[in-house]
Design a binder for this molecule. Structure first.
Ligand code: GGG
Length: 326
C-alpha cells in the first residue's frame, strides 16, 4: 500500500479517544501518513476559533479525513468541514451485529442523508427579543445529486430500490421539491423508489426495520432518524458514517462527544473504526475495509465489550482485540 495522506481531526470529548483507536487500525493495515489537525470546543477556548483556517485548508486538499466529534461548536466545525470536501451525502449504515443485544436484531438500513442544506444551512436570525427564525433551504440540484448517488448506491448494494423519507404534506414547498426531484431521478434511472412520511417512518422502522433497506432523507431527518436506528441496533457506539464528495471524503462516527463518559477511556471505538473502514474503501482498499468490518463484527460477537454494550472493557482493549483479528 502507498503512503497516502490522511488528515486526522479528533475534535472534542470521546473523539480524542476513538479517533486514535481508528488511526491505530489504519496504521496496522496500511502505510499511510497522518497529519493531525485541531478543531472544536477546546481549540475555540484557546484561540477563539473553533475551526482554524489551517485545518479547513488541510481537509479541503486531502483525499480523506478522519474526524471524531464536535460538541458545542458542531455548527462551526462539522458543517464547514463537510463543505470543505463538497460532501453532498452522508452515508450512515445502521446494522445490528450478531451477539450484540439489539432492540431489533434484524435491522440493516442505510441512511443517505442530504448533507448541504435543509435546516442545517445556517440561515438563522434573532429578529427580536421574542422571535427567532430559520430558513430551510432545499434546492432541486442538491436533491437530484443525492438521488443520483442513491440510484448508484442501491445498484452496488443489489437492493431493489430505496425509500424517500419526507414531510411534503406539511412542508409542501421545501419537502415537496425534495420529494419530486428524488422521485423523478429514480424514475428516469429506472430505480424503484417508494415514499414514506418521516413521522410514519419513525414508527415503521421501529416495528419492522426489514421494510427498509436504503433510505434517502433531507438533512435533519437523516440526522435524527439514523440516531433512532442506532437505538434499534445497540447504540450510537456502533454507527459509522461517510461524508462523500466528488473527489474527497470525511469519515466520522455518528456519535457526538459523549461528555458523560469522555476522559474515562471506555468509549466504544467500533463506530470510529468502522468509519475508518469506509475511508479505506473510499480510497480503493476494498479488501482491507471488508477485513476490518469482519474483525469488528467478530469482536462484537465474542470479544471484549465497552460498557455501552454491557461489558467492562476499555477503548484500548477493544481496539487491541480488533487488531488481533486482522
Ligand atoms: N461525529 C459526529 C458528531 O460530532 N456529531 C455531533 C453532531 O452534533 N452532529 C450533527 C451532524 O451530524 O450534523
Amino acid at each position: 500500500m502507498s503512503g497516502e495522506e490522511i488528515i486526522v481531526v479528533p475534535g472534542d470529548g470521546i473523539g480524542t479517544e476513538v479517533v486514535p483507536a481508528a488511526r491505530r487500525m489504519l496504521e496496522h493495515v496500511g502505510e499511510f501518513s497522518f497529519v493531525e489537525a485541531d478543531a472544536g470546543d477546546a481549540v475555540k477556548a484557546e484561540t477563539g476559533e473553533a475551526l482554524p483556517e489551517e485545518t479547513y485548508d488541510l481537509v479541503a486538499a486531502a483525499d480523506a479525513t478522519l474526524f471524531g466529534a464536535a460538541g458545542e461548536t458542531a455548527a462551526d466545525v462539522i458543517l464547514p468541514l463537510r463543505e470543505a470536501v463538497d460532501s453532498f451525502v452522508n452515508v450512515r449504515p445502521a446494522r445490528a451485529y450478531p451477539g450484540v443485544d439489539a432492540v431489533r436484531p434484524e435491522t440493516d438500513v442505510v441512511f443517505l442523508r442530504e448533507n448541504t442544506e435543509g435546516v442545517y444551512s445556517g440561515h438563522e436570525d434573532r429578529l427580536s427579543d421574542d422571535l427567532s427564525t430559520l430558513t430551510r433551504v432545499i434546492t432541486t440540484s442538491a436533491s437530484e445529486r443525492l438521488a443520483e448517488f442513491a440510484c448508484e448506491f442501491v445498484a452496488d448494494r443489489d437492493a431493489d430500490g430505496f425509500h424517500v423519507v419526507h414531510k411534503a404534506n406539511v412542508m409542501r414547498e421545501t419537502d415537496g421539491r425534495f420529494r419530486e426531484a428524488v422521485l423523478r431521478v429514480a424514475e428516469e434511472r429506472g430505480v424503484d423508489a417508494d415514499e414514506v412520511l418521516m413521522d410514519a417512518f419513525a414508527t415503521h422502522v421501529c416495528l419492522d426495520p426489514t421494510r427498509f433497506d436504503t433510505v434517502v432523507c433531507p438533512n435533519l431527518a437523516g440526522d435524527v432518524l439514523s440516531d433512532l436506528a442506532a437505538g434499534l441496533v445497540g447504540g450510537l457506539g456502533l454507527l459509522p458514517s461517510a461524508n462523500i464528495g466528488p473527489e474527497r471524503g470525511l469519515f466520522e462516527p455518528v456519535h457526538g462527544t459523549a461528555p458523560d463518559i469522555a476522559g474515562e477511556g471506555v468509549a466504544n471505538p467500533a463506530a470510529a473504526i468502522l468509519s475508518a473502514a469506509m475511508l479505506l474503501e473510499f480510497l480503493g482498499h476494498e479488501e482491507d475495509g471488508a477485513d476490518v468490518r469482519a474483525a469488528v463484527e467478530d469482536v462484537l460477537s465474542d470479544g471484549p465489550r465497552t460498557p455501552d454494550l454491557g461489558g467492562d472493557a476499555g477503548t484500548d482493549e477493544v481496539t487491541d482485540a480488533v487488531l488481533d483479528r486482522l
